[in-house]
Design a protein around this ligand. Structure first.
Ligand SMILES: [Zn+2]
Length: 422
């Protein structure tokens, strides 16, 4: 019989060997419930947080896809997070058939991730590749590029770390997500007039160069489909076609969406202009419907809340209509230092995106969008201020919003009123 001290001692040695000891190759190995991590990261704390973060994310993914916990009780991913990939190659930890990749790669239940200059981004990529593994296990594949990368980004973009991690979060600010860079690249494309249309995004081909814009817009597409309850069923049903990577996947999804496609394209155009740090879907869903009545010419009043994104007047205005708009009211745009009071003309010494802060914005958004166009243009905006007369060139919605940073709507108060008449 062994003495109790000896048992404890042997147990301690075993724990050291299995859980955290550096093996002969000098790499650190640490196991969680859903991940077996091998890494050359120097920080023990970061290694610990990576494992805890992965373990916190997996149950959220399982719930997101409405999978059964028991089916995935033994789901486990072998992960290499690498500062110096050569070390991993020498140890035979990267199989020959794994291509060169700039960020991360997933194959079966194995992932490889290049450690990034920030802890957030390393963790993000590890989660991103992990989502692919779950899709392979749950659906036999993750669909074409946009859906594969879009859903991985959706479930990898997170707030918090370790046991506090929450996935599917739009970053509140740049400081939260150093080196992630999606919004920076997307803003650049916006400035260059190169915002891809939804059909361009859905047609993305596999790209091993890891174009950050491709990831960002794919994420935006997945988010859009998930954000509106009326698309959600089609979005989730698509996952079940994960084995299909060819055009059949999109065709099926488009068929399911059917008549909603023009609305989806319109919402894409609106979202793609505004998606940025602090974007909050509970404020930014745009109420549009193909069943919105045609405006009968009778005068109507729209209320434009300062704490919301684009708000529709609720009608479709026919081609050839001539409108007279009159705006009134006052809103408070709260800022940390001081609140600004604004009228529809805006505050002319404070600017957001080249227009006065607090200005009432009007977008005349066509009902019909060229779904097959490669890019989407800027929103057709009209200078409104207090009063304006406008001609409507084609069937359109009237959308209004108060000019402000999408990340700073929460503490805005009040609304404008706009009267629309002939
Ligand atoms: Zn990916």
């Amino acid at each position: 019989m062994m003495s109790e001290t000896r048992v404890v001692f042997l147990f301690a040695v075993w724990v050291l060997a299995v859980v955290s000891a550096a093996a002969d190759d000098g790499l650190t190995r640490r196991d969680g419930q859903y991940v077996r991590l091998t890494t050359d990261l120097a920080s023990e704390e970061e290694v610990q947080r990576l494992v805890e973060s992965f373990d916190a994310a997996v149950p959220q993914w399982i719930q997101f896809w409405n999978l059964s916990n028991s089916d995935f009780a033994s789901f486990q991913v072998d992960a290499c997070v690498m500062r110096d990939p050569e070390r991993f190659k020498r140890q035979g930890l990267i199989p020959e058939n794994v291509p060169d990749f700039p960020f991360g790669y997933a194959q079966g239940q194995q992932i490889w991730v290049h450690a990034q200059p920030s802890e957030y981004y390393t963790r993000h990529l590890m989660l991103h590749e992990g989502v692919h593994c779950l899709a392979f296990a749950a659906f036999g594949g993750a669909g074409p590029t946009w859906y594969q990368e879009g859903t991985a980004e959706l479930l990898a973009t997170h707030a918090g770390t370790g046991t506090e991690l929450t996935v599917n979060r739009i970053p509140a600010n740049r400081q939260e997500v150093p080196y992630w860079g999606r919004f920076k690249r997307m803003a650049q494309q916006r400035r260059d007039g190169m915002i891809p249309s939804l059909s361009t995004v859905m047609g993305y081909q596999p790209d091993l160069k890891g174009n950050v814009g491709t990831y960002g817009w794919s994420w935006a597409a997945a988010m859009l489909l998930h954000a509106y309850p009326e698309y959600r069923e089609a979005f989730f049903a698509a996952a079940k076609n994960g084995r299909t990577v060819g055009p059949g996947f999109n065709r099926r999804l488009e068929r399911t969406l059917g008549q909603q496609l023009p609305i989806l394209a319109a919402r894409w155009q609106v979202m793609s202009q505004d998606l940025d740090y602090g974007f909050d879907w509970s404020r930014e869903r745009v109420n549009l419907s193909i069943d919105d009545p045609i405006w009968d010419g009778r005068s109507l009043t729209a209320t434009v809340a300062a704490d919301r994104g684009w708000q529709s007047a609720g009608v479709r205005v026919p081609r050839g209509a001539r409108l007279r708009l009159k705006a009134s009211g006052e809103v408070t745009l709260a800022r940390t230092t001081r609140p600004w009071i604004s009228q529809p003309r805006g505050i002319t010494f404070q600017y957001h995106r080249g227009r006065p802060l607090g200005q009432l914005l009007l977008c005349v958004l066509p009902n019909a969008t060229d779904f097959d166009a490669a890019t989407v243009g800027p929103l057709p905006m009209v200078e409104l201020s207090d009063e304006a007369s406008i001609d409507i060139p084609q069937f359109s919605w009237l959308l209004f919003r108060v000019n402000d940073d999408v990340g700073k709507l929460e503490d805005n108060r009040g609304h404008y009123e706009v009267t629309v008449s002939r």
